[in-house]
Design a protein around this ligand. Structure first.
Ligand SMILES: Nc1ncnc2c1ncn2[C@@H]1O[C@H](COP(=O)(O)OP(=O)(O)OP(=O)(O)O)[C@@H](O)[C@H]1O
Ligand SMILES: [Mg+2]
Length: 258
């Protein structure tokens, strides 16, 4: 098994008196899709925000390519090439695709915006990902479908040299065809060598696109399994009870917390 490009050991996170994440060990591998699954409130988004430098962690150590790092802010996370696509997308409707992809990180030439250069880079990135569903990078984001928006948000992460990309429920709001486009794109990111973390409640999506699956149960990692060595039933059990057969949390933890 290869070493993770990004990982954390012994992570604990509380909000006030509420202990949300317990002793989390979690890794991301270059060229692989790791699905992060768990019930509502299991702690998935909280964990992602720890990697984003949005949530300060109470205990634990992060490692980038095996070296200890402190992801103290979103800017630090992005300086390592860790990018995020959130469910609520954070694209600006009144701007076009190019403007969105460069929002807050515009290329300038003297006092002017280097529009042509940004446009060309936006186009290049979309074509490097074989995106064929978007005609013009000058199209306003308000005119895009949900799937096209997700595509732009994901391409933006790639444009900024994302080496690790976290996707928090990218297909939650999408129809069948659009989900297909986004899952294809997720697979292509991994094929480009990017380490992808996919949060999803949809077991079909997970089984289709993931290389490994990490299941969170009440703020603990119940198990991390290879997709080739698991099945939907096992993952559903890990999500709902923290255990499945011989794998998962010790019975005491699973029962006590349930
Ligand atoms: N800023 C916060 N302050 C207090 N509690 C929080 C905060 N953020 C998250 N929590 C709590 O942490 C727990 C985990 O929430 P989180 O959003 O990480 O779950 P999730 O696995 O992403 O769920 P979902 O599938 O619904 O998105 C929840 O009980 C939530 O109420
Ligand atoms: Mg969430």
């Amino acid at each position: 098994m290869s070493d993770p490009i990004l990982n954390v050991t012994g992570l604990n996170k509380s909000f006030g008196a509420v202990h949300v994440l317990h002793d989390i060990d979690f890794g991301v591998y270059a060229g692989e899709v790791t699905a992060l699954v768990g019930d509502n409130g299991a702690g998935k988004s909280t964990l992602v925000k720890c990697f984003a430098g949005i949530n300060a962690i109470d205990t634990g150590q992060m490692f980038w390519e095996g070296k200890p790092v402190t992801l103290s802010s979103p800017a630090v996370a992005s300086s390592y090439g860790i990018e995020f696509v959130y469910q609520d997308l954070a694209l600006a409707d009144n701007l076009d695709i190019t403007q969105n992809m460069f929002l807050g990180r515009e290329i300038t030439k003297g006092p002017f915006l280097a529009d042509g250069e940004m446009e060309a880079k936006a186009r290049e990135t979309l074509s490097s990902l074989s995106v064929r569903t978007i005609n013009s990078v000058r199209q306003l984001v308000s005119s895009l479908s949900g799937g096209q928006r997700q595509t732009v948000a994901i391409a933006k992460a790639v444009l900024w040299n994302g080496k690790v990309v976290f996707l928090d429920e990218p297909t939650a709001a999408l129809g069948v065809a659009q989900t297909r486009q986004v899952l294809n794109l997720v697979r292509r990111l991994a094929d480009h060598g990017i380490g992808v973390v996919l949060i999803s409640h949809n077991m079909n999506d997970v089984m289709e696109v993931a290389d490994r699956v990490a299941a969170l149960y009440l703020g603990r990692v119940a198990a991390e399994v290879k997709k080739s060595e698991t099945n939907t039933g096992q993952i559903v059990e890990l999500i709902t009870s923290g255990r499945s057969g011989t794998i998962g949390l010790p019975a005491a933890t699973a029962v006590q917390s349930a």
